[in-house]
Design a protein around this ligand. Structure first.
Ligand SMILES: Nc1ncnc2c1ncn2[C@@H]1O[C@H](COP(=O)(O)OP(=O)(O)OP(=O)(O)O)[C@@H](O)[C@H]1O
Ligand SMILES: Nc1nc2c(ncn2[C@@H]2O[C@H](COP(=O)(O)O)[C@@H](O)[C@H]2O)c(=O)[nH]1
Length: 207
């Protein structure tokens, strides 16, 4: 039977650099995993493209998707819905390809319940003041939204111990390399477990 792909979840507070790090990882030539494009009811930012950055939906459309069980997880984050289409994730994993989700903390908690065998990585800021500077520096949110996201960030940072790994995003390329190393190490660990299991089966067969 074909081995399933690895589900990789990158989470962390808004503005820490998840999107920046994810794009930098996917621009590397040796990357073999796929990216799950999320659904959202947020309005597109300048330059964002439907079907590339997100699938942009109305609230009615999003609620319909929830009703139909089309989302692996979803959360309402500072006034908008965000969610992961379940079919694409399952098909990719079944095809033996790793899939990468970049989602907020409540969604990550839901994914953990459904896929405890996934790899959960928390991207942490060097400090709260640096997080604040980054989110302001991006220049995409109003002051009110920034306040909401910073408030949320304090709660999210409190949950980082629930993750398999915490990676500091001090410098983008360094954070990418750390994440890639973690994924490689996880693959090696799984191969060892699988190998051990096969040997145990052989031993049992001999008895
Ligand atoms: N290591 C870094 N050092 C300095 N600035 C960074 C670093 N990583 C990201 N940034 C900057 O921080 C800002 C926020 O980054 P980004 O949009 O990737 O965050 P995010 O976690 O994806 O945010 P959100 O969750 O709101 O989508 C951007 O302006 C980005 O250029
Ligand atoms: N629970 C989910 N969270 C998601 C998903 N896709 C993105 N996100 C997170 O939402 C916030 C805000 O994103 P922004 O693009 O408006 O800045 C951020 O933390 C994203 O990581 C998802 O499918 N599910």
């Amino acid at each position: 039977m074909k081995e399933k792909g690895l589900l990789i979840v990158l989470s962390g507070p808004s503005g820490v650099g998840k999107g920046t790090v994810r794009k930098a990882i996917f621009s590397r030539e040796d990357v073999k995993f796929d990216y799950s494009i999320s659904m959202t009811t947020r309005k597109p930012r300048e330059g964002e493209v439907d079907g590339v950055d997100y699938f942009f939906k109305s609230r009615e459309e999003f609620e319909q998707l929830i009703q139909e069980g089309k989302l692996l997880e979803y959360a309402e984050f500072v006034g908008n819905y965000y969610g992961t289409p379940v079919d694409y994730v399952r098909e990719t994993l079944d095809a033996g390809t790793d899939i990468f989700l970049e989602i907020e903390v409540e969604g990550a908690r839901q994914v953990r319940e459904k896929f405890p065998e996934g790899l959960f990585i928390f991207l942490a800021p060097p400090s709260l003041s640096e997080l604040h500077s980054r989110i302001i520096g991006r220049g995409t949110e109003t002051d009110e939204v920034i306040r909401g996201r910073m408030e949320q960030a304090r709660k999210e940072i409190d949950m980082m111990d629930l993750y398999d790994y915490v990676v500091e995003n001090d410098e983008v390329e360094r954070a990418c390399s750390r994440i890639q190393s973690i994924v490689e190490a996880e693959h090696c660990r799984r191969e060892r477990v699988q190998h051990r299991y096969q040997i145990m089966l052989e031993l049992e067969g001999e008895q």
